[in-house]
Design a protein around this ligand. Structure first.
Ligand code: GLU
Length: 474
């Protein structure tokens, strides 16, 4: 790479951060880090009606939570700031003036209705103000007439051939385009214009963004040309689709970072899964860390065909990352999900529980359901009547109670196996053995694997439960 790599993620603060945005941020980040370059964050907030402070704060916070820290941008500063477009308005005015001065932008006084009727006659309509003299235009502006500033397209259609990082050669023609707006009514600049001004001023070398931006890239190429600036290199990322091969949208359920976070996805797992939506590891690995991605990331491995978002695969990826955590780390991450369960408080209980359950947890919120049977809160007994019609249930419960009165805080696996053996000798087996026992342990006849449960439940608690069960009986 003969130019310093400087890439940017440029979100509009108009909602929450979704998987598509995460992927754009991640690929730019990886490209920068792999090449020893800079990752810049720029907030594109010139759409004043839709941009909100809350969305900006949330998006920045989520990027940090994911670990996609920026080298320059809001909060951290940098030599090319400010990094919020709403703070750069004077600069855009200056560049707009430059385009007016060289005859490549003009004031247009058409109203929306007038444009509509021009368009009805000809889709390639031309503004009657294209050749209005600047003096005339100024007079109208002074008189208070509303205007927009339009870019003047080349008179003869032009074709640009992008050497796209993802799709190879892409031809973009101005055929069918009309003179587009640079400054809206009221003077606010539009995305395509600000984007070019900023990518130029911030020395952006490469732009990776979704393929829906291809038409924007054409307008942006026109602006680079008009201003005599060198355009960055582009890579237009494939679209992310759902099971029906339609573009992934909010209708496909929770696809925002916030909802994945709430469900208990780890940042590392989200990045891992998202990385594979249009890119693959050179050794076909499925599970890797951000550090590993930086090491192997090659922009040339980005694929142009649409990327299928598979929620099950994402869950599996998360489970694999959860397995790699130490018990201490995992416990502190899942604590918020189980804090109100009132679990046994022995210091070594979390480790014991995770030795059994770590491999069962796909998202942190699963822990709530898995650990609920250990809650020391009220023990609920439901639908167990049947067991009391069996002849040997009482013998079984009595022996179980005796075992619970023996020394030791927990029933060891040896104790448990010996107990089962003894009961078999008494002629108990199958459901007549396990259902009453399950009732004594979890208050129901069906449910979690008992052997696991028993080893994690203090004898004291098991005793409380069997006492409660026999009270129901008596
Ligand atoms: N603000 C634009 C968006 O959110 C950025 C597009 C670009 O990367 O140029 O889609």
């Amino acid at each position: 790479m003969n130019q310093k790599v400087r890439v940017r993620f440029a979100p509009s603060p108009t909602g929450s951060l979704h998987l598509g945005g995460v992927r754009t941020a991640l690929y730019n980040y990886l490209f920068a880090k792999h090449h020893g370059g800079e990752f810049i964050l720029r907030v594109e907030d010139t759409d004043q009606e839709r941009s909100t402070d809350a969305s900006r704060h949330q998006q920045l916070e989520e990027l940090k939570w994911l670990g996609l820290n920026w080298d320059e941008g809001p909060e951290v500063g940098g030599a090319y700031g400010p990094y919020m477009q709403s703070l750069r308005l004077d600069y855009y005015q200056e560049i707009a003036q430059k385009l007016i001065d060289i005859g490549l932008a003009y004031y247009c006084f058409l109203t929306d209705e007038q444009i509509e009727s021009l368009r009805e006659n000809d889709r390639r309509w031309v503004s009657p103000y294209r050749d209005l003299s600047i003096d005339e235009a100024r007079k109208r502006i002074l008189a208070g007439d509303a205007y927009v500033l339009r870019f003047r397209l080349p008179d003869v259609p032009k074709t640009y051939v992008l050497n796209d990082w993802v799709r190879g050669e892409v031809a973009l023609s101005t055929e069918g385009l009309t003179d587009f707006v640079l400054l809206r009514f009221g003077g606010m600049p539009v995305y395509n214009f600000c984007c070019v001004c900023d990518d130029h001023a911030m020395l952006i070398s490469h732009v990776f963004r979704g393929e829906e931006h291809l038409p924007n890239s054409l307008k942006q190429m026109l602006l680079y040309d008009a201003l005599g600036w060198k355009a960055p290199e582009f890579g237009h990322l494939s679209v992310i689709v759902n099971e029906e091969r339609r573009k992934l949208s909010k209708r496909d359920g929770a696809v925002s970072v916030g909802s994945f976070r709430d469900e208990g996805y780890l940042p590392a797992a989200i990045l891992n899964a998202v990385a594979l939506l249009g890119w693959s590891h050179p050794d076909a690995q499925d599970i890797f860390s951000l550090k590993e991605m930086i090491r192997v990331f090659d922009g040339k491995r980005l694929g142009a065909s649409s990327a299928y978002f598979d929620r099950e695969k994402m869950r599996w990826t998360n489970a694999m990352h959860i397995r790699q955590l130490t018990a201490d780390d995992l416990w502190s991450m899942l604590w918020p999900y189980v804090a109100d369960l009132n679990l046994p408080s022995d210091a070594h209980w979390p480790k014991m529980a995770l030795a059994v359950y770590q491999t069962e947890i796909q998202t942190l919120s699963d822990a709530k359901l898995l650990l609920a049977p250990f809650s020391l809160d009220a023990f609920r007994i439901e639908g167990v009547d049947e067991i009391f019609t069996w002849e040997k249930t009482l013998i079984l419960l009595k022996s179980w109670r005796e075992l619970l009165l023996t020394k030791g805080d927990y029933v060891s696996s040896q104790e448990f196996s010996a107990f089962i053996e003894a009961m078999k000798e008494q002629g108990l087996q199958g459901k007549k053995l396990f259902m009453p026992l399950r009732a004594a342990i979890i208050g129901k006849l069906q449910g979690a694997e008992m052997q696991m449960l028993v080893q994690l439940m203090p004898k004291k608690e098991l005793l409380r439960r069997i006492n409660q069960l026999t009270e129901v009986l008596m």
